[in-house]
Write a protein that binds this ligand. Structure first.
Ligand SMILES: [Zn+2]
Length: 327
């Protein structure tokens, strides 16, 4: 058995891939970025192999010294078989057997997980979840996904869909969600959904201050524009923010009561907006969960922040090896 401490990791996103070389004890030795917007897999997969060889060479080791690799990808995916079936932001990637390709071309064992699960594993091994065996990591960005660690295990569910926390229905017959259902949590609190909603509601108000904050273009309004509107005291922005905070509290309250976690580790919005994001949620939370469990749960921002991708793949490899009892 290969007992080396080196691991390769890949975070496959819609605009870029971050490849990283790390160690089982939590160090990242190097990262490389591959542009991945509107690409074809038969071009990108060989580039991933070349990039990996470069990372390994630069660290002064050889591929035989690398124990395993891990891949973090957006869904939907065939997790047990390591296949990217139909990633929503990659129109030319269909049924791509990425894990097998890399295993065959690198000659090492690979592991494959969805990106929210990898985010949780990365925070567990390297970030805000260190030493904590009961927590949820929530992506809180364009969309909302969760990686759940319960009693020291990743909760995958029977069909590997566990953690789709952005799509539990929070409002019957509520706002249309991009997933096809109505009233999903993400339809109220995901960055893309909020931007879509604002653009729709302001389309007949060309002089609205939020449009000015987006540089004069309605279609450029995004979550950052909303944050600016809130900080500037714009009444409309404040009302949207308040509704979002209430819905976030409703969702967090459900997670707290269902899992009794020690932590909720919150992604992008929490570390990018700080107290502006956290304080109103904390104000509303007592309405949505029991006091005992609220007292036992700490709300913290991601510690890895924008670098989480560099840790996501190697974290999947560490968890995979641990599950097999190999480390
Ligand atoms: Zn949905």
């Amino acid at each position: 058995m290969n007992s080396s401490k080196y691991l390769l990791g890949y975070d496959v996103g819609g605009t870029k891939i971050v490849a990283s070389l790390g160690t089982v004890d939590g160090k990242i030795l190097g990262t490389q970025r591959i542009e991945n917007k509107d690409t074809y897999p038969d071009v990108i997969l060989p580039m991933m192999v070349e990039t990996s060889k470069k990372l390994v060479n630069e660290a002064g080791i050889s591929m035989q010294d690398v124990r395993a690799f891990g891949i973090s990808t957006p869904g939907p995916a065939d997790i047990p078989n390591g296949i990217m079936t139909a990633p929503t932001n990659q129109k030319y990637w269909k049924n791509v057997p990425i894990r097998k390709f890399l295993e065959d071309n690198l000659g090492i064992e690979g592991f494959f997980e969805n990106d929210a699960n990898c985010g949780a594993l990365a925070e567990w091994y390297y970030g805000a979840g260190k030493g904590c065996d009961d927590f949820l990591y929530l992506t809180m960005s364009t969309g909302i996904g969760a990686g759940i660690i319960a009693a020291g295990k990743l909760v995958r569910g029977t069909g590997f869909y566990g953690g789709e926390a952005g799509h539990f229905v929070i409002e019957q017959n509520g706002r249309q969600c991009n997933c096809g259902m109505k009233g999903c949590y993400e339809a109220y609190c995901g960055g893309r959904a909020i931007a879509q909603r604002i653009q729709e509601e302001l389309k007949d108000q060309p002089n609205h201050p939020l449009i000015a904050l987006a540089g004069g273009k309605l279609e450029d309004i995004d979550f950052v524009t909303l944050e600016k509107g809130v900080r500037a005291g714009d009444a409309y922005s404040l009302a949207i923010w308040d509704e979002m905070s209430l819905k976030n509290a409703q969702a967090f309250g459900a997670f707290i009561n269902i899992f009794n976690p020690k932590k909720l580790i919150l992604g992008t919005f929490a570390w990018a907006c700080g107290d502006l994001f956290m304080d109103p949620i904390k104000k509303y939370l007592p309405q949505f969960c029991w006091k005992e469990m609220l007292e036992q749960c700490e709300l913290v921002p991601s510690a890895l922040k924008r670098d989480i991708g560099a840790y996501a793949g190697t974290a999947a490899a560490i968890y995979g090896l641990r599950e097999k009892g190999e480390i």
